[in-house]
Design a protein around this ligand. Structure first.
Ligand code: GAR
Length: 198
């Protein structure tokens, strides 16, 4: 039985790439990516989806607005519901979604964040961890709730911050951890190893 996922992203899509690679090499359990959606017309994540033979949708959104408005929300939901997704994966999706969006998906939506939440929510999380300074940071996959970066944590992966760490080297380490964590969480959700929240 296939487990249908839809990826939402706004940027380069390295995490979408990790998911699609995992799927192509049989490492994504029962999960199949049915589409990639973006609020940015030129986002590399859309080209990437096409390279993997997946359907790619640009959903027009007002630039420089943090939150999706009602019309934009409905445009995303229409595609997601038509494609009968079992899970929506936010992988670098930089718009804030509201309670109606989450409830319409019955809470079946997860987000990837580049820190060990609840530390360093919001933006510039890798830089903030480096400058704090903490000794350990990492990445988190969590259920999405209306409050930003605050939903129940599903899993995390830690990386050590070395004394000579730079923003570049730390970013690379965090992204490498993300590329392992996110596909693995999707795999475990698809096989039932991780349960959906009630
Ligand atoms: C990832 O580091 C992800 O954790 C972050 O955006 C990046 C997307 O990279 N997400 C957030 O900051 C959301 N709060 P990608 O486009 O290469 O996958």
């Amino acid at each position: 039985m296939s487990f249908r996922i839809i990826i939402l992203g706004s940027g380069r899509g390295s995490n979408a790439h990790a998911i699609l690679e995992a799927e192509a090499s049989g490492q994504l359990g029962e999960a199949t990516t049915v589409a990639v959606l973006s609020d940015k017309k030129e986002a590399p994540i859309l080209d990437l989806a096409k390279q993997f033979g997946k359907s790619a949708h640009y959903v027009p959104c007002r630039p420089k607005k943090a939150r999706l408005d009602a019309e934009e929300t409905e445009a995303f939901l229409k595609i997601i519901q038509e494609l009968e997704a079992d899970l929506v994966v936010l992988a670098g999706f930089m718009k804030i979604i509201d309670q109606h969006f989450i409830e319409s998906l019955d809470g079946k939506i997860i987000n990837l964040h580049p820190s060990l939440l609840p530390s360093f929510p919001g933006i510039n999380s890798i830089e903030n961890a480096l400058n704090f300074p903490v000794k350990i940071t990492g990445c988190t996959v969590h259920w999405v709730i209306p409050k930003i970066d605050a939903g129940k944590i599903i899993d995390q992966k830690a990386v050590t911050i070395e004394p000579d760490e730079t923003l570049g080297s730390l970013s690379e380490k965090v992204h490498s951890a993300e590329h392992l964590l996110l596909p693995d969480v999707i795999r475990r959700l698809s096989t039932g190893e991780i349960s959906f929240q009630k």
